[in-house]
Design a protein around this ligand. Structure first.
Ligand SMILES: [Zn+2]
Length: 421
């Protein structure tokens, strides 16, 4: 099974959908070319003739519960969540080299319906292997609305800043409208119709799922229950490890929780504190950029006023991401580091179930598959109960546990507090 981006949502079955209206006329690829110097090679990726494979013979399909209606020649999405997404793969599971199409070519998409979504170009892991974590390793993303005119979208491939030798799929997600989207054609073309406007590339936050420092491992710990904070702190002290806490502005301002004192103490002990939005909503799904901005700005303000710190590091609530969130982060933060994960303890799934030990299994499995940057929370006694064991498991793999900024070799990070073993 191909699990490309498994966020906090369970995959649900595809529902029946009403019959779709006919597709629009095929695109008018004018013979007067915008860039006559470009090499003429075109790569046809997907015309949606088949249910499960694209024109390259590789998998395409929905993930995270997106409802789709497929008919030969098009696919229609009925998104209701920004985490919904649809991938069409450039290679079976390995790496596709886009260099022959660089820097001149464009990703061309023929569509109808909403433009309120993001288009991702996903990069495979260094092993070019979908059984290794993370898969994909990272992505770059643009806003469909900025590139769309009529039924066409043309995006310069150069606007996607990924390792061009390791492309693995094009995907669609980050929906912020309930309006359907229909796709008819995805291809890479050497030129665009004369006069078709191409916007400038917008700066955005770098998406990070893994530690890059050799032999390193990091825990990114999100939301917690104040009553477990002392226990977490005790385990961290005794195990002599530093971690990164992603902290929500609202919780920090809440005087009833004592979180301001908890995180002041964490800072004193050397842990990293990083942004996690103001009210913990799926930011990419918010209707306006003003709403997204508020989540970022108020979180930054609370850090300044209550903790007296600034940070470049951010983790999106639920891991939900799209072009707008990453762009707005770059608007307020220099060189933002957008951190998700490659090890998921799956506490959101198992912590309060009848089989809490599945958290341990999930953690071990992801580490054995090559993951080295974890996500967990301290919301449940079962998760906190496994915390020491998973730390010791990582140490047993000869990994050095450190803060996320340290595991990325960030020159702004403090020196390691504990010796590397
Ligand atoms: Zn969270």
């Amino acid at each position: 099974m191909l699990l490309l981006l498994t966020w906090h949502i369970l995959i649900t079955s595809v529902q029946a959908t009403p019959p779709p209206p006919p597709p629009p006329p095929s695109p008018n690829l004018t013979d007067i070319l915008h860039n006559p110097e470009a090499s003429p090679n075109t790569l046809l990726i997907d015309t949606f003739l088949h249910q499960d494979v694209n024109d390259l013979g590789h998998w395409h399909g929905p993930l995270e519960g997106l409802t789709v209606h497929h008919s030969p020649g098009f696919v229609r999405f009925f998104p209701s969540d920004p985490d919904h997404n649809y991938h069409t793969q450039l290679s079976a599971s390995s790496c596709f080299d886009l260099r022959p199409y660089q820097p001149t070519h464009f990703l061309h998409i023929v569509f109808s319906g909403t433009t309120k979504f993001s288009i991702f170009l996903n990069q495979n892991n260094p092993a070019c292997n979908f059984t290794r974590n993370p898969f994909p390793q990272t992505s770059d993303v643009v806003e469909a609305a900025r590139y769309a005119r009529g039924n066409d979208i043309y995006i310069p491939l150069a606007h996607f800043q990924i390792d061009q030798t390791r492309a693995v799929s094009v995907s669609f997600g980050g929906f912020y409208s309930l309006e359907p989207l229909t796709l008819y054609r995805i291809e890479i073309v050497p030129s665009i119709p004369v006069g078709f406007p191409v916007p400038h590339r917008m700066n955005n936050g770098r998406l990070v799922l893994t530690c890059s420092r050799p032999g390193s491992f990091a825990f990114g710990i999100d939301d917690g229950q104040p009553r477990f904070a002392q226990e977490v702190m005790k385990i961290l002290e005794e195990e002599r490890v530093l971690v990164t806490f992603f902290v929500v502005g609202l919780g920090l301002r809440d005087r009833d929780t004592n979180f301001s004192n908890v995180y002041r103490e964490m800072i004193k002990r050397g842990h990293q504190i990083a942004l996690h939005s103001d009210t913990h909503r799926k930011m990419e799904g918010l209707a306006s950029t003003a709403d997204i901005d508020r989540e970022i700005v108020e979180n930054i303000k609370s850090f300044r006023q209550i903790l007296g710190i600034e940070t470049h590091y951010f983790r999106p609530p639920f891991g939900t991401l799209g072009a707008r969130t990453r762009q707005r982060l770059a608007n307020f933060i220099t060189d933002p580091q957008v951190i998700t994960w490659s090890v998921d303890i799956e506490d959101w799934l198992w912590a309060d179930s009848k089989t809490p030990e599945k958290q341990r299994e999930a953690f071990f499995r992801d580490v054995m598959h090559g993951g080295n940057l974890a996500v967990m929370h301290f919301l449940s006694p079962t998760t906190v109960g496994y915390f020491r064991e998973v730390i010791q498991f990582v140490k047993g793999q000869n990994k050095s546990i450190m803060r996320i900024d340290q595991c990325l070799g960030d020159p702004r990070s403090p020196p390691l507090k504990y010796p590397v073993h």
